[in-house]
Design a binder for this molecule. Structure first.
Ligand SMILES: Nc1nc2c(ncn2[C@@H]2O[C@H](COP(=O)(O)OP(=O)(O)OP(=O)(O)O)[C@@H](O)[C@H]2O)c(=O)[nH]1
Ligand SMILES: Nc1nc2c(ncn2[C@@H]2O[C@H](COP(=O)(O)OP(=O)(O)OP(=O)(O)O)[C@@H](O)[C@H]2O)c(=O)[nH]1
Length: 436
């Protein structure tokens, strides 16, 4: 379980600049390859051996100044409720503003690690100006310059210190498998869970986000016991406006990070949109199993190949990770809802799958011999041996004389071959090339 670090603060103080520095912009590169728009406000990073997610709360609200203030206050409250560590960014050029005071007021009541980042301290002369931020009543602060990076390393050290050490293997094997039902507001998450359970545990209405609570439901099917995690909107803690995108993101992040398989519910009448894509990508990035459910299939007018076309379109949007099951369901008529769960169980099993080293080498070394990586700078790459690593999610190491010359297309080729010969449907896999 990794910790969630939320970056809060009023507009223009430099939250996104700081965020980009934290996640090192690696994603930007990945995205340009697949050509997909993805959420720029969420990233995973590691520092001093601690892994954590970072959420930038900026950029979600657009509107006039007064709308801003109210919305930002709500976002800060949500960030407080849903994250583990908070970084409050303020701007040394502006000094303390009334909005900063309001945020500080909220943060003073919180019993979680809070870091104040006084940003835009680009030179030593500004260090003195930062002193006034003691008046926020939140104790010590860090002076940083997100633009030139100074001070950010020290701040990261302090944040990493606050992240609990991970001992995931132990925690996860003791608990029941967790399936998180995630998706956009109104996609039919509660309806799906209720259809499975056969009783109206949740209140289902057609107003987005009316579900009262998020409960784990222990579920038993096919002699397999697991927890179903309903992420439908909790609106108890803070009265949040419906369709607040930031809110669904926060919920999805939390649920996905703590699950084994993410069941992504999509509203067939709306298609697979960017918000669905973001949720899918969250699961992929966290290396969770994924099943896509196309719900409300009863409302779709079917012609020849409707299902096939729908699926093909989705696959394009989730590329390159397309080895993912798509199940067309109706929570209303209960069509294929058990098939959906069966599929999720299969994905769960795939994620735990271990391939013996001898079997892996027998299969893969042959394929590699037939299709060796192309020579680079006149040098031939020889892959000698491969093995599955003893990790929670499938990861494979291929040992070669010149691993640094193996390019992404070849990695993808190897991944595809692995998927062809061993069933890893619905599971992100990682491939490393290492020196031998
Ligand atoms: N001088 C200086 N400018 C900075 C620094 N960090 C960010 N800025 C500038 O401040 C402006 C706002 O930065 P953003 O990162 O977009 O601010 P934000 O808080 O994410 O803003 P919202 O997305 O509106 O919430 C930009 O023009 C940045 O270039 C810094 O360390 N020093
Ligand atoms: N026709 C049809 N309607 C459905 C189906 N599944 C859900 N609905 C309707 O879609 C609406 C939203 O369903 P919910 O189950 O509340 O959606 P949710 O994803 O839990 O929504 P939030 O609580 O907002 O996150 C309700 O009016 C449901 O009756 C379905 O398979 N077919």
């Amino acid at each position: 379980m990794s910790s969630i670090v939320a970056i809060v603060g009023r507009p223009n103080v430099g939250k996104s600049t700081f965020f980009n520095r934290l996640i090192k912009r690696r994603e930007a590169i990945v995205d340009s390859v697949s050509g997909v728009t993805r959420d720029r406000h969420y990233g995973k990073t590691d520092w001093n051996g601690k892994e954590f997610s970072v959420i930038d709360t900026g950029g979600y609200v657009v509107g006039s100044e007064d709308i801003f203030e109210e919305e930002i206050r709500k976002q800060v409250q949500l960030a407080i409720d849903e994250s583990d560590i908070i970084v409050f960014v303020v701007d040394v050029e502006d000094g303390i503003t009334p909005m900063d005071k309001e945020v500080a007021q909220l943060l003073r009541q919180v019993d979680k690690p809070i870091f104040i980042a006084v940003n835009k301290v680009d030179n030593a002369m500004r260090v003195g100006d930062a002193v006034e931020f003691y008046n926020l009543g939140l104790g010590d602060y860090h002076t940083i310059s997100s633009i030139n990076g100074s001070g950010t390393g020290d701040l990261l050290d302090a944040i990493a210190e606050a992240v609990p050490a991970q001992n995931e293997e132990e925690v996860e094997t003791e608990e029941l498998p967790r399936f998180a039902v995630v998706g956009r507001p109104n996609a039919g998450k509660s309806s799906f869970i209720n259809a499975l359970i056969g009783e109206d545990r949740n209140i289902v209405t057609n107003i987005a986000g009316t579900t009262r609570d998020s409960i784990d439901t222990k579920y038993n099917r096919f002699g397999f016991e697991f927890n179903l995690v309903d992420t439908a909107g909790i609106r108890k803690k803070s009265k949040v406006k419906e369709d607040l995108e930031f809110y669904s993101v926060m919920r999805a992040v939390r649920a996905i990070e703590h699950c084994d398989v993410a069941i992504v519910v999509v509203d067939a009448t709306r298609g697979f949109e960017s918000q669905d894509q973001n949720i899918f990508w969250l699961a992929e990035k966290n290396k969770k199993g994924v099943v896509v459910l196309i719900n409300k299939w009863d409302l779709v007018e079917k012609e020849t190949n409707t299902m096939r076309d729908f699926e093909a379109k989705i696959k394009k949007q989730i590329a390159p990770f397309t080895d993912v099951p798509v199940v067309f369901i109706s929570a209303l008529t209960k069509q294929r809802i058990f098939k959906a769960i069966e599929t999720a169980v299969e994905v769960f099993e795939n994620r735990k799958k271990r391939i013996s080293t001898s079997k892996l080498n027998d299969t893969m070394l042959d394929i590699i011999k037939q299709n060796p990586p192309p020579a680079t700078k006149g040098k031939y790459i020889k892959i000698k041996f491969c093995t599955q690593l003893p990790t929670r999610t499938p990861q494979f190491a291929f040992f070669a004389n010149l691993p640094q010359y193996v390019k992404d297309p070849y990695k993808r080729f190897v991944e595809n071959k692995l998927r062809e010969h061993f069933d890893f449907t619905g599971v992100p896999i990682t491939i490393y090339f290492r020196p031998k």
